[in-house]
Design a protein around this ligand. Structure first.
Ligand code: FDA
Length: 385
């Protein structure tokens, strides 16, 4: 057992990046506490027991970034495949490419519009409100892409995601709905994209594989807080409201239920992600994991799929997406003030900041915390605030 110089709570990408940098660059002894039985946080993946296919246990994880520093950093721990993400959507018994692009538009309207003609058509359909300020989600959606496309691809999908009639959702949930007037259906626009060649678990384990790092899984910080807080610097990546015993209230989250099925066919849907934007399917989308790694030649005659169901999180559910109501934002401000006043404890990651962060953002923000707070503290004796 190490007498730690630093305690990190949570072994997700944020916590592991902090631990790795402090161990490798500053030669600190880092103790990482993780309450799950495995490290890696929500990016964790494992081999499906029936098919051997790598499944992302907490939802599909696609790595993409335009941040050259982050790309250089992550490549120290894993190589990436040339995977490029593409999504399809099954509406009214037909399959369309997403994000909405010229292919989607021409298939939907049974047309052969040029980019300029398609632009004109969508602009005309989007002008339905005649310049009136959108008052709810529906009006906002219609004002962005016109009613026909909104109703086909967005209305029910959103209702399923939020379990709420879109008429009752605020207009500011969306600021834009991207429409591409080309046939490009690559999902991400980032400079770098790919999946870890030998999986997320191997990548995450390599980050923790340093003689100065000890990861203790199955350990909840809440039961050990007196041993560490005030005695040794702490980087906390758990839920910020939980740290303060929900004194200011509970921040609200959406969660996703995954219904796993092993199907007796080597290929269920021909692509990794199929959205179901119609009301008759109760799920929002189906993930078929084997398609994330076409280079692997999985030899299973079966395939594993996850159907995704979205809903508001209860206290015992995994928190996935911040709901971010005005009440949540006001509560978050109070928690932020309290977090700032907490000596020698830094809050980070998606749970510690109540922010949806992609992996590259979690890693990037951990690298910044290391450079701007932890290095000055440990190397130059500056206070940790
Ligand atoms: P993360 O949640 O991973 O880790 C926090 C860890 O802290 C957890 O392991 C938790 O158990 C632990 N913990 C909390 N409280 C504790 C306590 N009291 N004691 C001990 N341990 C405690 N990103 C992307 O780039 N591409 C994608 O495709 C996706 N897809 C995606 C799908 C879904 C459904 C979600 C919810 C998220 C994504 N993401 C994503 C985002 C990605 O999951 C996210 O960027 C990382 O998980 C962030 O890492 P963190 O370390 O911040 O949190």
């Amino acid at each position: 057992d190490l007498a730690p110089d630093l305690v990190v709570v949570g072994a997700g990408f944020f916590g592991l990046t902090i631990a790795e940098r402090c161990a490798a660059e500053l030669d600190l002894k880092v103790l990482v506490l993780e309450r799950r039985e495995h490290l890696g946080g929500n990016a964790w993946s494992e081999a499906d027991p029936d098919t051997g296919i790598e499944v992302h246990k907490y939802g599909a994880h696609l790595f993409h970034t335009s941040n050259a520093k982050v790309w250089e950093y992550v490549n120290r721990f894993t190589d990436f495949t040339g995977y490029q993400h593409r999504v399809y959507s099954q509406h009214g018994g037909e399959v369309y490419p997403l994000p909405i692009n010229l292919g989607t538009i021409n298939q939907f309207f049974r047309s052969a519009h040029s980019p300029a003609q398609a632009r004109e058509l969508i602009a005309e359909q989007a002008s339905e409100l005649g310049g009136k300020e959108p008052e709810n989600f529906v009006e906002k959606g219609v004002s962005l892409i016109g009613r026909p496309l909104y109703e086909a691809f967005i209305a029910h999908y959103t209702a399923k995601q939020w379990q709420t009639d879109p008429e009752k959702l605020s207009a500011d949930i969306i600021t834009r709905l991207p429409v591409r007037y080309t046939y490009d259906n690559r999902y991400f626009n980032d400079t770098y994209e790919g999946l870890p060649v030998d999986g997320y678990a191997a990548w995450l384990e390599r980050m923790a594989d340093h003689p100065n790092i000890e990861v203790r899984t199955g350990v909840d910080f809440r039961e050990h807080r007196e041993e560490y807080v005030g005695r040794v610097p702490v980087v906390y990546t758990g839920p910020v409201d939980e740290y303060f015993d929900h004194d200011e209230g509970r921040l609200s989250w959406r969660t996703v239920d995954f219904e796993r099925e092993v199907v007796d066919t080597p290929d269920f849907q021909g692509c990794p992600v199929m959205n179901y934007p119609d009301a008759d399917a109760p799920y929002t989308r189906i993930i078929e994991f084997r398609h994330f790694h076409p280079e692997r030649d999985y030899d299973s005659e079966q395939t594993v799929i996850f159907k995704e169901f979205s809903r508001f999180a209860e206290d015992t559910d995994e928190p996935y997406y911040p709901v971010n109501t005005p009440e949540d934002r006001a509560m978050l401000m109070r928690y932020r003030d309290r977090a700032k006043a907490e000596d020698n404890v830094l809050f980070g990651g998606r749970l510690g900041t109540y922010k949806y962060l992609d992996m590259h953002m979690a890693i990037g923000s951990a690298l910044s915390m290391f450079e701007n707070k932890l290095r000055p503290h440990f190397a130059d004796g500056e206070a940790l605030t």
